[in-house]
Design a protein around this ligand. Structure first.
Ligand SMILES: [Zn+2]
Length: 411
């Protein structure tokens, strides 16, 4: 498994000057390749290399060749992602136009994805362009390739990062943010050896109850919702005010909501993984398209608050935190199709929108089963995964793939 160690670098002013120049030239290369790839629709790395390499080497002779290549690799990734998003937007737009025509409304405007460009990107080093050494006492040294040759910089590894020092050092990203230099070193650690357990835990994540598990645990805090709302309202009020003092205040608040969400996600993922036994399986819903498919996200005017929360929900971040924390404990994380999990009875399997009469209570119309709605969803999520397993004919302990589990059971 991979882990990232973030260390702070404290270069002397003249060293910082060199790093800055390196980063600027690297960013220029990134932008150049990204523009070439995006405008011509090319996302083939080799092809982009042939088109841009000689030009960039001639334009930035001081920038070492491995860094030019690294910038191209990074730009190719950005172009691939942008083109994929653009295609998805085109598909969504075509459907929206069709919908609008059916309803007799004017077709919505198309918002294309913009070409990926960066003011100052982070620089990715690999084994050819950097090395690090570190001792047990936390003192470390790194050598970075720059426009003025190699630069040696000392750093300190913090105590909580020390366990990762034993890993194999892979790439590293040099970042400059808010006047601070940092190096994000990726290390490869061996996977833990855990005996798989047959236990399967369904987890329903949501905005009101952050996480409810089929082992009847309600995780997360109710106050999180209020904390988020408070910052949002304060920001909105300050933005409306627009005075100098309000702007100062806004500057202090910058990134606060992001940090708050990240903290909540860390707390929640940690608790989730803690309550699951080693070797078990956590089943989550695949919420990737929730923003487009949710009835909340599309509806008109009303329920703005719920809509805003849905669109600022950092579930992708939460899932990535759960995944990496689970990995260290040998817990498998799988995702299932999320359709109708909250409307399906976990006792008799009857699915109907009317099963959920209030947001909090589930009451089956067929068998009369009554329980907390999110708890019912957690049971349904667990059972859907187990059904998938049975249909795939896979032994529980050998472990299925996520793809197998993401299909809808035909029952
Ligand atoms: Zn029922």
């Amino acid at each position: 498994m991979q882990r990232t160690i973030v260390v702070r670098l404290r270069p002397a002013p003249e060293q910082a000057e060199i790093l800055r120049a390196t980063l600027e030239q690297y960013t220029a290369c990134f932008n150049e390749v990204a523009r070439e790839g995006f405008t011509t629709g090319c996302k083939n790395g080799v092809e982009l290399h042939h088109r841009t390499y000689a030009l960039l080497r001639a334009r930035y002779p001081a920038l070492p060749a491995p860094l030019v290549c690294s910038a191209r690799v990074k730009a190719t990734e950005a172009v691939t992602s942008a083109l994929t998003w653009n295609r998805r937007r085109e598909q969504a737009h075509a459907e929206a136009v069709k919908r609008a025509a059916l309803q007799g409304k004017a077709p919505p405007a198309f918002r294309p994805v913009r070409c990926p460009q960066s003011r100052l990107t982070s620089l990715r080093y690999d084994q050819r362009s950097y090395w690090v050494t570190w001792a047990e006492d936390g003192r470390g040294m790194c050598s970075l390739s720059t426009v003025a040759g190699r630069l040696l910089l000392p750093f300190r590894v913090l105590p909580h990062q020390a366990p990762f020092q034993s890993g194999k050092v892979c790439t590293a990203d040099l970042c400059f943010r808010r006047g601070r230099w940092s190096l994000h070193i990726v290390v490869l650690l061996p996977d833990p050896v855990v005996t798989p357990s047959p236990e399967v835990i369904g987890v329903d994540v949501g905005l009101t109850h952050p996480a409810v598990t089929s082992s009847r645990r309600f995780l997360g805090e109710k106050r999180w919702k209020e904390q988020d709302r408070r910052i949002f309202r304060l920001r909105r009020a300050l933005q409306a005010k627009g005075t100098r003092s309000a702007k100062r205040h806004l500057k202090r608040l910058r990134g606060k909501r992001f940090r708050l969400h990240r903290d909540h996600d860390h707390v929640l993922s940690k608790r989730l993984v803690e309550q699951a036994p080693a070797g078990s399986t956590l089943v989550l819903e695949n919420l990737t398209h929730i923003r487009e498919t949710s009835r909340l996200g599309r509806g008109p005017g009303k329920r703005t608050e719920a809509k805003r929360r849905l669109h600022s929900w950092s579930f992708a971040q939460l899932f990535s935190f759960i995944e990496y924390k689970a990995q260290a404990k040998g817990i498998r994380v799988v995702r299932i199709d999320p359709r109708h999990t909250s409307q399906t009875c976990s006792r008799c399997g009857f699915q109907h929108r009317g099963n959920r009469r209030t947001p909090a209570e589930f009451h089956c119309r067929a068998c009369g089963y009554r329980l907390h709605a999110d708890l019912n969803a957690a049971y349904t999520i667990r059972d859907r995964y187990l059904t998938c397993l049975a249909q795939e004919g896979t032994a529980l302990l050998s472990g299925p793939t996520c793809q197998a589990a993401s299909r809808v059971p035909s029952s």
